[in-house]
Design a protein around this ligand. Structure first.
Ligand code: 3SK
Length: 514
């Protein structure tokens, strides 16, 4: 299986120059004026690949990337892949102790770090036995580090792509850990094209003339597909933003960069909708908007579409499957559902005995497709229960409706029974969010005086709304919307909900408190 063309960088990067698309801008940064053409990316990624061998960093070694969404990210990511070195993009919002754990777990020999993130990771480097090279991206200087520019210039000429096998590990991602336990997920060279050919081309339909902006960052599998591999597969352009995607920042990017495709997560869509209620929609030529990370509340989808005139394709994916495998389709969106399987993927819903459940019943979602990860690094027990032959367990509970659409019911660990009937926290949250005074909600099980489980809600109210009388109003609202036994017996108004960096609510933290 020794084919240079199986190296993912040959397809995503070098092919564009061979096909005469070298002058096209692949990436441009919002706010800085910096950009990168496909030809420049081919050249610099080749130099990065050569610089690895210059520094004794050899194929299969891991290089950690604590890198913001700037043009250096694709240079390093593809440079590593070209060299057969394994890039490990890291969530840029973690704490020092988590970087310490991940750097040790991955045994990365090299760390690329954006200057702004250096102080957070530096204490984790002090007694790390594996990291030999720290490469600093930015204008500053730090003792013991190599400036990125110096690293790139150490290469005399760009290197050609390493002869990779399609099944060979190309990169790792650490799962965002909604349970608090990051795991190194192994992805192979062919998986990148597998997601671009399926969801990227056949659902999102990215075209060469598209300009894509993803509020989800590169380090998240969702952002990596949205902003890197899908636009690059089509020869399109991506707008990069290194900062925090607040509603006003996103609206400004939509107004000034004029993307045709916008990729967000439900929390952000909810906040932008509240923002647009006051200041109106942006003037962007959007033709497609997508959402993932968690299920999009129906009300948020409807309000976004009312403001912008563009539907949101809500879908579900996972770090293990690399991107979205269930999705609504353009022109056939039903808010409140996750749509239907993406071409190239098949799904099953199973009960605890592993038997397929009937239409209308809740089961755990299993998925099959070519982009599945090969394993979790050094976690055999977890790998065996997640990757069962051709099927990957998602840990999500779903119901398949008679029309074939899938309805999210919560994580397997989050579901609970009230009076013997399953309650999906997500369904209760959706009902609460549909109240005009509520921005966000999270529901977990708490025990009443009899030791029985009942829903407890944590609620973030819209700006300026008083919490007086809200408890009774929300209880009544939920009762009428979804059924009497599902209403939250307790309601706590909070300023914000605990979330992973990618926007998933960390219900395990709320359960500890409940
Ligand atoms: O959580 C999701 O829905 C998701 C989607 C695409 C890629 C990765 C993830 C985790």
């Amino acid at each position: 299986c020794s084919l240079a063309s199986a190296n993912a960088a040959s397809y995503f990067v070098d092919r564009h120059v061979q096909e005469g698309r070298g002058d096209k801008v692949a990436f441009r940064e919002y706010g800085s004026g910096r950009s990168l053409t496909y030809e420049a990316l081919e050249e610099v990624s080749g130099r990065v690949a050569a610089a690895f061998s210059q520094h004794g960093i050899v194929p299969e070694q891991r290089v950690a990337m604590l890198v913001l969404d700037t043009i250096e990210f694709p240079q390093i990511f593809w440079g590593a892949i070209k060299a057969g070195v394994v890039p490990v993009p890291l969530n840029t919002l973690l704490a020092t102790s988590v970087y310490d754990a991940i750097l040790r777990d991955s045994r990365a020999t090299t760390l690329f770090v954006s200057e702004a993130l250096y102080d957070t990771v530096a204490p984790a480097l002090a007694d790390n036995p594996f990291v030999k090279h720290v490469i600093l991206i930015g204008d500053g200087v730090q003792a013991g580090t190599i400036a990125y520019q110096t690293f790139v210039e150490s290469a005399e000429a760009p290197a050609a792509a390493f002869d990779a096998c399609p099944d060979e590990v190309a990169f790792w991602l650490y799962s965002s850990g909604s349970t608090g336990q990051p795991k190194g997920v192994h992805h192979i060279h062919s998986s990148l094209k597998a997601t671009a050919d399926t969801y990227g081309a056949q659902v999102l339909g990215v075209r060469e003339d598209d300009v894509v902006f993803s509020a989800a960052k590169f380090f998240f599998a969702y952002g990596l597909g949205n902003a890197m591999t899908f636009p690059m597969a089509a020869g399109a352009t991506t707008v990069l933003f290194a900062g925090r995607p607040t509603p006003d920042a996103v609206i400004d990017i939509l107004n000034t960069e004029k993307p045709t495709i916008f990729c967000g997560v439900p929390t952000l869509y909810a906040a932008i909708v509240a923002f647009m209620d006051k200041s109106g929609p942006p003037a962007a030529p959007l033709r497609s908007c997508i959402s993932a990370g968690e299920a999009l509340p129906e009300d948020v989808g409807n309000r976004w579409e009312k403001h912008t005139g563009v539907e949101i394709l809500d879908g579900v994916g996972s770090t293990e499957m690399l991107h979205i495998f269930l999705s609504n389709r353009p022109g056939d969106v039903v808010y409140g559902t996750s749509g239907v399987p993406v071409p190239g993927y098949s799904v099953r819903l199973v009960n605890e005995a592993g038997e397929d459940v009937a239409t209308g019943e809740v089961g755990e979602l299993l998925v099959q497709g070519d982009s599945a990860a090969s394993c979790y690094w050094n976690q055999r027990a977890k790998s065996r229960v997640t990757f069962e032959g051709v099927w990957t367990r998602t840990g999500d509970k779903y119901e398949r409706r008679a029309d074939g659409r899938f309805i999210y019911c919560g994580r397997t660990d989050d579901m609970f029974k009230v009076s013997g009937i399953w309650v999906s926290p997500f369904e209760v949250e959706s009902a609460i969010i549909s109240h005009a005074d509520v921005l966000e909600a999270a529901v977990v099980a708490a025990r009443d005086d009899d030791g029985l489980e009942k829903p407890k809600a944590y609620v973030v109210l819209n700006a300026g709304v008083s919490s007086e009388g809200i408890e009774a109003a929300l209880k009544e609202h939920v009762k009428t919307k979804i059924g009497k036994w599902k209403y939250p017996r307790w309601i706590a108004c909070v300023d914000e909900l605990p979330k992973t960096a990618t926007g998933k609510i960390q219900r395990f933290k709320l359960r500890e408190d409940a």
